[in-house]
Design a binder for this molecule. Structure first.
Ligand SMILES: C[S@@+](CC[C@H](N)C(=O)[O-])C[C@H]1O[C@@H](n2cnc3c(N)ncnc32)[C@H](O)[C@@H]1O
Length: 252
């Protein structure tokens, strides 16, 4: 990552969150439920590939997770901002990880890899994630869901239009679907054990309505039931993958 790119993320760290706390709480719970279902309590040494959620008390995942974690982010401003909530922090780029081979039992990567301009960025990052995992290690990866038409449309807009409309407060990039994600993970040497679909409220409107308490409590969980239907792979904000560095975990 060049210095201006890292600088862009430093600026993002200072922005006010425009989405309601109700949406953030719901999204955090959906992530925690998935981690519980797929991993349970993380055992051994784990890496989280960015710390953006940990900037906010309504979003932070690491304080809710057991196990031994290192949090990393490319942005020095994000790293500085999460100090009260995260004890072990490293500044680094997920495409050039500052860790030795086989240093981790697990990696949690929540929508870090979907901000690169070139598809090669995802390829580089997946290769690095596999390198730093033990042979028995696992990766829980989420990406903006390319099969969601609203995400596809948003990402197709020129960057200037994305920022002007404030659809997203930060740069979007190339992302993958469940099918292309499976291929990219297999090419990086991972064995995919599970694919899931996370957060189904209609994009933009569905997130902003979460300032209403009844909507947060009653409607958001109901909308997430879409994950069990055929529509789920198109309505999800994120596609999620559980995969293993050597495939051994698939039979566990
Ligand atoms: C917009 S956030 C999205 C991810 C966040 N986990 C979420 O779900 O909202 C992107 C975060 O990833 C960090 N980031 C961007 N590129 C990165 C890279 N190459 N390596 C590590 N962190 C990166 C940014 O500094 C920022 O904190």
């Amino acid at each position: 990552m060049t210095q201006p790119e890292a600088g862009e993320w430093n600026q993002t760290a200072a922005l006010r969150d425009r989405l309601p706390a109700g949406w953030r709480r719901h999204a955090r719970q959906a992530h925690l439920d998935l981690i519980e279902q797929w991993i349970g309590t993380p055992r051994g040494r784990w890496l989280k590939t960015d710390l953006y959620e940990e900037l906010s008390p309504h979003r932070a995942l690491l304080p809710c997770l057991g196990g031994s974690w290192i949090g990393m982010d490319v942005s020095t401003a994000v790293a500085a901002g999460v100090k009260p909530r995260v004890s072990r922090i490293t500044v680094g780029d997920v495409r050039r990880l500052p860790f030795r081979d086989g240093a981790f039992d697990g990696v949690l990567s929540t929508s870090t890899l979907d901000h690169f301009d070139e598809p090669h960025g995802i390829t580089l990052a997946l290769a690095e994630l596999r390198r730093i995992l033990l042979p028995s290690g696992c990766l829980l990866l989420t990406l903006d869901n390319r099969s969601n038409p609203a995400i596809r449309l948003r990402n197709a807009l020129p960057k200037a239009a994305q920022m002007a409309t404030r659809l997203v407060p930060f740069p979007t990039g190339v992302t993958l679907s469940d099918q292309t994600g499976r291929i990219a993970l297999a090419e990086a040497g991972f064995t995919v054990a599970q694919v899931g679909y996370l957060l189904h409220a209609p994009h933009i409107v569905g997130t902003r309505l979460a300032h209403l308490r009844w909507y947060e409590r009653a409607m958001l969980p109901r909308l997430d039931q879409l994950m069990h239907t055929r529509l789920g792979r198109y309505s999800a904000h994120y596609v999620a993958f559980l995969c293993y560095a050597d495939g051994a975990g698939v039979a566990r």
